[in-house]
Design a protein around this ligand. Sequence first.
Ligand code: ZN
Length: 328
Amino acid sequence: MGEEDLETLTLIRVAGEFVTYVLFPGIDETAFAERIDWRHRESAGLDAIISPWRKDRYRIAIGTAVPDLILSRLQAVNVEGETAARAERLGGIEPAMTLAWFAGVAFFATHEACHAAAGHVAYQKALNPETSTGDLPRPLDLATFRLLSELEADGAAAASLLSADYELMRTIEGLSSDGDDRADSAMMFIVIGVFATLELLASEGPVEDGYPTPETRYLNVVAAVFRHVAPHLLLLKSGDYVRREASGEEVQNVANRFRHSVLPALAALNHFDVTAPFGEDIAALLGGAIPNKSEAGRDLARYSRNRARFMRALSGFRETRMWDDFND
Ligand SMILES: [Zn+2]
């Protein structure tokens, strides 16, 4: 085995351990991730296989090409202007891009772990007539299930990675993690890693089989990041348990933080054009509005109308209480 292979396998193992021992304990009190057995499997693609294992465990085998594919995409990122200035604050381009790389691999692993934690694996098994063990109450059609489960795994993975920004920073050698604006700088590179990986993931599932389009997945993750940065603004919108009004200043602060981290990250990946309808929809999400300028925005708004039905169908399959808040 060559040195590179060893580095790849180490990165896969460290990402799995990070998800189990650092990331999930911060978001899930049931210690679900300790029931995951992380493995790797020889593969040239960006893939992973999740399989139920023993009584209540899951085995997630990550393809050995995953770290290299993410790294190749990151090597095409334009680190210049605001992105370069932020990299300097983290100790230089190398540690900053290593953070993006690790965040990307960890995002991939977390996305898969979320499929298991959210009950998607168990539900899909029940939905399939060949593996089903009985009648499924309120079954979803496969396309709706696939769509909403991908969006749910993307959103949960992105939001939980961003809430572990300091833990992620600490895993990177040579990266300086203290100072006032380190969090925003780190957020930018975590977002770069997440979106680079999302772009690769989104090119895998065929849209005609029910997978969401890449643009829909980007907008969905932008919305998830926004929910993470400004949960109090979201409470305001959810209606019945408003505790306080967000001031115009608070909204402005959140929007600023977002503009200086997420938007330059998307620009560095060539995912963002303010003048295009897609860019306008990102701005709409930023302002708390429903995206309706681009096709992806309209799709996302349409899918969210199926969300309550999806939540009810999955409620008996959830492996953790992470999704309880959304249940009606
Ligand atoms: Zn997936």
